[in-house]
Write a new protein. Structure first.
Length: 385
């Protein structure tokens, strides 16, 4: 196991009817900007609950944060905060709203062009406004980590940043707030969480026994409950387990002290930026092909994954690996998520543009060994057709 420094200051308030805890969690004298996405939080009553819990605090609103939060939209929130001298942020929504809020929190007092936050992956952030979140869509884990992804529509650039300054102070996780989500979004959440775990787990053996067992348990949980959360939208226990699994998938715990990959995400980001494919669905396209193309470098962990997650113990090593990759693809497709590019009306003729975009964003040495070159990325994309 590698040396590591694990730090996570986010307070989690989990369970039904916990939105009222905002009355104690947000400072009494805070001047709050409430950030959210579309109309669902308003229609299902969550925004009304939030406003009631905030009481007499000054509260302004900023809606319209996109599923892939755009730099252009978020900069309008930055200007509103500066103009109105607001000092606390509250994100109500899924990972995109929370990601966007992280960028806004860092950009308000940033010295220089805020886009540099993305270009430098957050290295020069020195401060950020405090914020909390009310999670309504389990998927990204953004409610308990310091990472964010933002898209600049003008240049079709989708970039990530992280900084210890943008951990949420707290996140409220009420599984009942997920009952009315479209099933497409719930399925996306399952795949997003699954792939987050795989990026940290399926690399090469590093004697991280605790991390491996945690990761395998989370993967098995998603395999078990994935179809059920779609079939039973108002089952509290299923939604609670999905919500907590998605949070644990990317709060730093299972990735501490072990190698990490993230090439599936980096390639997937370009598919979203160029073709508007849902983030989770890009992961469903790329991950099975990535495992196939890089099966030799990942052989040890693929065999472990086959045995411990899918209970595949019969056959040669190659047969077991084949079966594990096929099981992964089938799991995604059982959630009604296509796993090949043509399922999204993208063909082999698009690969050149995707590779050029990877090169433009310096994504030329990806993966746990830094050996996912542009040529390897091309082969992964070819295997995704």
């Amino acid at each position: 196991m590698n040396n590591f420094d694990f730090y996570n200051p986010t307070r989690i308030v989990f369970g039904a009817e916990t939105v009222g805890r905002l009355a104690d969690l947000v400072p009494a004298d805070a001047r709050v900007l409430l950030l959210y996405g579309g109309e669902s939080a308003r229609k299902n009553g969550t925004l009304d609950e939030v406003r009631a819990a905030l009481g007499t605090r000054e509260v302004q609103e900023f809606g319209g944060i996109e599923p892939n939060p755009s730099y252009e939209t978020l900069m309008r929130a930055v200007e509103q905060i500066r103009d109105q001298q607001l000092d606390y942020l509250l994100a109500v929504g899924g990972g995109s709203v929370i990601d966007g809020t992280k960028f806004v929190a860092a950009a308000v007092g940033y010295e220089g062009d805020p886009w540099q936050i993305l270009e430098t992956r957050g290295r020069h952030i020195k401060q950020a406004l405090p914020f909390g979140s009310v999670l309504t869509l389990p998927a990204t884990g953004s409610e308990m980590n310091a990472a964010s992804v933002v898209t600049r529509r003008a240049t079709k650039a989708k970039l990530a940043f992280s900084s210890p300054h943008v951990y949420p102070q707290f996140s409220i996780l009420d599984p009942t707030k997920t009952y009315t989500l479209p099933l497409r979004q719930v399925a996306n959440g399952v795949v997003d969480a699954f792939t987050h775990i795989m990026e940290q787990y399926l690399t090469y053996p590093a004697d991280g026994m605790v991390q491996d067992r945690f990761a395998e348990g989370l993967l098995q949980t998603l395999v078990e409950i994935g179809p059920k959360v779609l079939a039973k939208p108002d089952d509290y226990d299923l939604r609670a387990n999905l919500m907590w699994t998605a949070t644990l998938a990317l709060n730093g715990l299972i990735g501490a002290g072990v190698p990490q990959d993230w090439s599936t995400h980096m390639i997937g980001h370009e598919l979203t930026a160029l073709y508007g494919i849902d983030h989770a669905r890009t992961l469903a396209i790329v991950l099975p092909a990535n495992l196939e193309i890089r099966r030799e470098a990942k052989r040890g962990k693929l065999l472990q994954y086959a045995e411990r997650v899918w209970h595949i113990t019969e056959g040669t090593e190659d047969q077991r690996i084949d079966a594990a990759i096929a099981k992964t693809r089938s799991f995604f497709e059982s959630l009604d998520i296509p796993t090949r590019l043509p399922g999204y009306n993208v063909g082999a003729d698009a690969i050149d543009d995707i590779v050029k975009q990877l090169e433009r964003h310096a994504m030329t040495q990806l993966g746990e060994h830094r050996d996912v070159t542009l040529e390897v990325s091309r082969r992964i994309l070819e295997a995704s057709v």
